[in-house]
Write a protein that binds this ligand. Structure first.
Ligand SMILES: [Zn+2]
Ligand SMILES: [Zn+2]
Ligand SMILES: [Zn+2]
Length: 327
């Protein structure tokens, strides 16, 4: 058998103008039985005596000392500098979702993530800090122990670049923040509003892409996770808990979703940007998963087979059940 080479590199798509992360590290790691949970207390990595934990991802797309990338006469590559972490959100294996943890525990997890960002943000390669959470076997999540992930990237993700571009343009024309404007509009309209507390607002966007999409904005104009005050962290934990709880109750089975934190890039200043969280709930109806198919994956634009205001009203009712402690 010929010996295979570890490849971990960024490849530039010159047509779309974006990076693709390439890594075959998975095929170099030993096989583990599917019954083994690497995130439970007492494994080699986790040990005992913790409430939540951030560990290095065993299958990283990015590492601090990446191998030399492929040299090509035409195509552009770059070293896969970065870090990939797993955030183990509780030692309890059988908890279903973040929303099943206490507000205090969620705040503890957010504080851990903030500490990690502070620790890594001054590293030369650290251009962007992406915290995201994938939930549900339907979207390929095999490890059910509650966890999320962090990618410390050597570039700013394409979606953030687009947001920055549009926020910048709006700022130039109006001398104000488009995200702050959206908070004002959503409060006026009210029909897409899902939940609000002193520091945060959750709503379904007018232009939602996914069936049950939730955007959570801080009311204060800020750019980075590390700028949050402790009371803003506590109230973020609260609004996350109830938003995700409502999402989970929408249908008979828990909603598969992706949650992602959008913040400014770590380097340079981006005063026109406004941190927020986006949650994409993928079920459009009982047992019916919305796929990014021909139009979405092939064309890049979304179809929405309902009306966001109607879905917002259904989701708001479920969120209210959670807030009011309805079993
Ligand atoms: Zn476990
Ligand atoms: Zn703003
Ligand atoms: Zn965003």
């Amino acid at each position: 058998m010929e010996s295979r080479k570890l490849v971990m590199e960024l490849r530039w798509d010159p047509i779309l103008g974006e990076w693709v992360m390439v890594s075959n590290i998975r095929s170099f790691r030993p096989w583990q039985p599917t019954t083994f949970c690497p995130f439970c207390p007492g494994t080699e990595e986790t040990g005992y005596g913790w409430e939540a934990l951030i560990v290095e991802n065993k299958y990283p797309m990015l590492i601090e000392e990446p191998p030399e990338p492929t040299k090509h006469r035409f195509y552009k590559t770059q070293k896969a500098y970065g870090k990939c972490y797993v955030v183990i959100e509780t030692p309890l294996h059988d908890i279903d979702d973040l929303s099943d943890l206490s507000e205090k525990q969620i705040a503890y997890v957010i504080n851990l993530i903030i500490e990690k960002q502070k620790e890594i943000m001054n590293k030369e390669f650290a251009e962007y800090f992406l915290w995201f959470r994938n939930k549900g076997r339907e979207i390929g999540v095999s490890l059910t122990h509650p966890h999320s992930q962090i990618y410390v990237l050597p570039f700013t993700p394409i979606k953030i670049l687009r947001e920055i571009e549009n926020a910048k343009n709006y700022w130039k024309e109006n001398n104000s923040c488009i995200f702050c404007k959206i908070i004002e509009i959503e409060k006026e309209d009210g029909i897409r509003l899902l939940l609000e507390n002193r520091d945060w607002i959750a709503f379904m966007p007018f232009y939602a892409h996914w069936p049950f999409e939730i955007h959570i904005y801080p009311k204060r104009h800020l750019q980075l996770l590390t700028e949050l005050t402790q009371s803003e962290v506590d109230l973020l934990a609260q609004i996350l808990k109830y938003s995700l709880c409502g999402l989970k109750r929408m249908f008979s089975k828990p909603m598969p979703y992706v949650m992602v934190l959008h913040q400014a890039p770590l380097k340079a200043s981006h005063p026109y940007y406004h941190l927020h969280i986006e949650i994409y709930g993928f079920l459009r109806d009982e047992g019916k998963l919305k796929y990014a198919a021909g139009m979405e994956t092939g064309g890049g634009n979304f179809t929405y087979d309902a009306v966001p205001e109607e879905n917002a009203s259904k989701l708001r009712a479920k969120i209210n059940e959670c807030v009011n402690g309805v079993k």
